[in-house]
Write a protein that binds this ligand. Structure first.
Ligand SMILES: *Cc1c(COP(=O)(O)O)cnc(C)c1O
Length: 379
C-alpha cells in the first residue's frame, strides 16, 4: 500500500459490531466481562480502547512501523521514551530542540539521575565524542525549531548502531509524508500529533511508533503503568486528521515554497530559513532525506529590532499570532518572546534565535492571500 492510501486505510478495519465505515468513538472506561477475565480483548480503557487502537494501527502504518502508541500529549510520549532509561544512563540530544523537550530533559529527568549532552549533529565524530559506557539513547529533532536545520538521520543511525544505542527521532515537523525515520535506521519515532497529524489545531496528543517488539512491549508497559493515555474522542479526531495528511501536506509544501520565495525576494528581508533553498546549509541532506520541504519557515527583517518583529506579527490578519503549528490555518510566532522566551538571550542568539526572528507555520489557504497578508504587515 502506498502512503496516500495508508493514511486512509492503513491498519483499519470496519467496525465489527455494525459495520460502521468510520471507527466509532468508544467513550467508555470499562468493558463487560461474562466471567472474571472473560472479555473481548478489552478490560479497561487506560490499557486498551478500540478507538485508540484504531489510531495506533494507523500511526504504525503511516510511519512504516509495526507498533503505534498514542499518548495524552507529545511530551507524555517523550516522557514514556525516557522511562526506558535508568539512573546513571546518558542521552545525547540535538541542541536546537523543542523547548518543552529541553525542559522535560533538564528539569525532570536530570533530577532522576539521567545525564543529557546537547550538541549539534552535523557529523558522526561530534556525536561519538559524547559516547561512553553509560550512553543509551540519541535524541534527534529534524527539521529543528525554529532554525530549520536538517540532521542526517541515516548518519546518526550509523553511530547508534555502532555503539548499540537507541535512536529516537521527533518527526513532528516533517511528518511521515516527508520523511520516515524508521526506514532510515531510527528505533523510535515520536510525534506531537497536536501539530500536522491532527492538523486542525483542535486536539493535544502524542505518539510513538516502533518496529521492534521488545521495545514496543516495554513502551506499552510504560503507557499502561504510567497512564498518560489519550481519550477516545481525541483518538477519533487525530485518526480523522491523518486521513487528509497527504493532501494537507502537499498544500503546506506548495504554499511554504511560495511564501519562502516571496520573502527571499523582498527587499526588507535579511534572511529566510527554509530547507528548500539551494543555499540552505543542509539542503543536500534535506533533498535526500525528505520528499519535499514543508511549510515551516523562519525569517528576519533587515536591521529589524525586537519591536519591528512585534509590529509585523501584530499587523498580520490571515496569519494568527499563536503558539503551535501544523494546522490548516496559518500561524505566526515570535520565538524570542513566545516559544523560546525561557532560554536566556545569549544562549538563544548562539543558535540564531535573534529578537527579530519570526516563525511561520504556513497553512493551506490560498497562497496569494498569505503573501498579500505578509506584504501589508512587512510594508
Ligand atoms: C509541540 C511539540 C512537542 C510537544 O508536543 P505537545 O503535544 O505540545 O506535548 C514536541 N516536539 C515538537 C517538535 C513540537 O513541535
Amino acid at each position: 500500500m502506498k502512503f496516500n492510501t495508508k493514511t486512509i486505510h492503513g491498519g483499519q478495519e470496519h467496525d465489527k459490531a455494525y459495520g460502521a465505515v468510520m471507527p466509532p468513538i468508544y467513550q467508555t472506561s470499562t468493558y463487560a466481562q461474562t466471567t472474571p477475565g472473560g472479555h473481548k480483548g478489552y478490560e479497561y480503557s487506560r490499557t486498551h480502547n478500540p478507538t485508540r487502537n484504531a489510531l495506533e494501527n494507523s500511526l504504525a502504518s503511516i510511519e512504516n512501523g509495526t507498533y503505534g502508541l498514542a499518548f495524552g500529549s507529545g511530551l507524555a510520549a517523550i516522557d514514556a521514551v525516557l522511562k526506558l532509561l535508568k539512573p546513571g544512563d546518558e542521552v545525547i540530544s540535538t541542541n536546537d530542540l523543542y523547548g518543552g523537550s529541553y525542559r522535560l530533559f533538564t528539569q525532570i529527568f536530570q533530577d532522576f539521575g539521567i545525564k543529557f549532552h546537547f550538541t549539534g549533529m552535523e557529523n558522526a565524530a561530534k556525536i561519538e565524542s559524547f559516547v561512553n559506557d553509560n550512553t543509551k539513547l540519541i535524541w534527534v529533532e529534524t527539521p529543528t525549531n525554529p532554525m530549520m536545520n536538517i540532521i542526517d538521520i541515516e548518519a546518526v543511525s550509523g553511530v547508534a548502531k555502532k555503539h548499540n544505542l537507541l535512536l529516537a527521532v521527533d518527526n513532528t515537523f516533517a511528518t511521515p509524508y516527508l520523511q520516515r525515520p524508521l526506514d532510515l535506521g531510527a528505533d523510535i519515532v515520536m510525534h506531537s500529533a497536536t501539530k500536522y497529524l491532527g492538523g486542525h489545531s483542535d486536539v493535544v496528543m502524542g505518539a510513538l511508533i516502533v518496529k521492534d517488539k521488545e521495545i514496543a512491549d516495554k513502551l506499552y508497559f510504560i503507557q499502561n503503568a504510567s497512564g498518560a493515555v489519550c481519550g477516545p474522542m481525541d483518538s477519533f479526531l487525530v485518526l480523522r486528521g491523518i486521513k487528509t495528511l497527504h493532501i494537507r501536506m502537499q498544500r503546506h509544501c506548495e504554499n511554504g515554497k511560495a511564501v519562502a520565495e516571496y520573502l527571499a525576494s523582498h527587499p526588507k528581508i535579511e534572511k529566510v530559513y527554509w530547507p528548500g533553498f539551494e543555499n540552505h546549509p543542509n539542503h543536500d541532506i534535506a533533498k535526500r532525506q525528505m520528499d519535499d520541504f514543508g511549510g515551516m519557515i523562519s525569517f528576519v527583517t533587515k536591521g529589524s529590532s525586537y519591536e519591528d518583529a512585534i509590529k509585523i506579527v501584530e499587523k498580520l490578519r490571515i496569519f494568527t499570532l499563536a503558539e503551535s503549528l501544523g494546522g490548516v490555518e496559518s500561524l505566526a510566532g515570535h520565538p524570542a518572546s513566545m516559544t523560546h522566551a525561557s532560554i536566556p538571550k545569549e544562549e538563544r542568539e548562539k543558535s540564531g534565535v535573534v529578537d527579530a526572528l519570526i516563525r511561520l507555520s504556513v497553512g493551506i489557504e490560498d497562497a496569494d492571500d498569505l503573501i498579500k497578508d505578509l506584504e501589508q504587515a512587512i510594508g
